[in-house]
Write a protein that binds this ligand. Sequence first.
Ligand code: NAD
Length: 258
Amino acid sequence: MNKKPVALVTGGTRGIGLGIAVELAKSGFDVAVNGRRPESDVKNALDTIHSHGADAAYVRGDIGDDASRSAMLDALRQRFGRLDSLVNNAGVAPDVRADITETTEESYDRVMGINLRGPFFLTQAVARWMLKQKESDASFRGSIINVSSVSATVVSINRGEYCISKAGIAMATQLWAARLANDGIGVYEIRPGVIATDMTSGVKEKYDKLFAEGLTVEQRWGTPEDVGKAAAVLARGDLSYATGQVIMVDGGLTLPRL
Ligand code: NAD
C-alpha cells in the first residue's frame, strides 16, 4: 500500500482542478488526476504536481460514464492500494448559454450527467472503498470534497441547467456527509465565485467590467490557487467537526450588501 495519503482530483489537469492538485501535493498527498485527454497531452500538469513532491498519476476517463469511473478506481487500487481524498472537481458549463425558455434536453442531460450524476456515483463507489479501508484500519480518515459554484444559489437564467446541477451537488454533499460522518469520512462543498480558468476565458471582458463595478468585495478574479488552498485545508482534516459545510471561495460575491 502507498505510504503517503492519496487524493483523486477529477478534471485535475488544468484550471481549478490543477490548482487543487498542486496544493494537495504541497500538503503531503500523492495525487491522481483525471481528465479526458490522452496522457501525452497532460505531461506538463503531471510534472507540475510532481515538482511539489508528490507522486503524480493520470487516470483517463469520462466522469459521466459508469465504465470509465470503475476503470479509474481499479487503476488507482492497483497503483496505490488506497484512496484518502476524493475531489469532485470536473465540470462543464453549457456549450451554449441559452435563456431557460430555450434550454434543450440534450444540453440539460449533458450538464447534469457530468456535473451531478457522475460525481454522485463516483462518490458512491469511493465511499464503498473508503468504508472498506475503515473496516480494516480503524484509524482511517477520509475526505470527499465537492466543487460546486455560487451558481448553487445565484440565479443565471441563461444557464439554468448549470445552476440546477450545482444546487444538486449541494444536496449530495449533505447526504454523503450525513451517511459517512460516523465512519471518519468528512464531506464538504467548496463554492467558488468567478475564477480565472479556461471555463471563464470566453466571458473575461464581461467579468472584468463587473469586478470593476463591485461584483465582489475583494475586487479581483479568483484563482485556482485560492480554491486549492481551501481544498487542502479540508483534505488535511484541519477543519474538524464541520462535515457537511459549505466553504465560500467567492471574494464576497454572495455577501448581502446594501
Ligand atoms: P475548466 O474547464 O478549466 O476545467 C474543467 C476540467 O474538467 C477540465 O480539465 C476538463 O477536461 C475536465 N472535465 C470536463 N468534463 C469532464 C468529464 N466528463 N470527465 C472528466 N473530466 C472532465 O473549468 P474550471 O473553471 O477549472 O472548473 C472546475 C470546476 O469548478 C467545475 O466543476 C466548475 O463548474 C467549477 N467552477 C468554476 C468556476 C469558474 O469561475 N471557473 C466557478 C465556480 C465553479
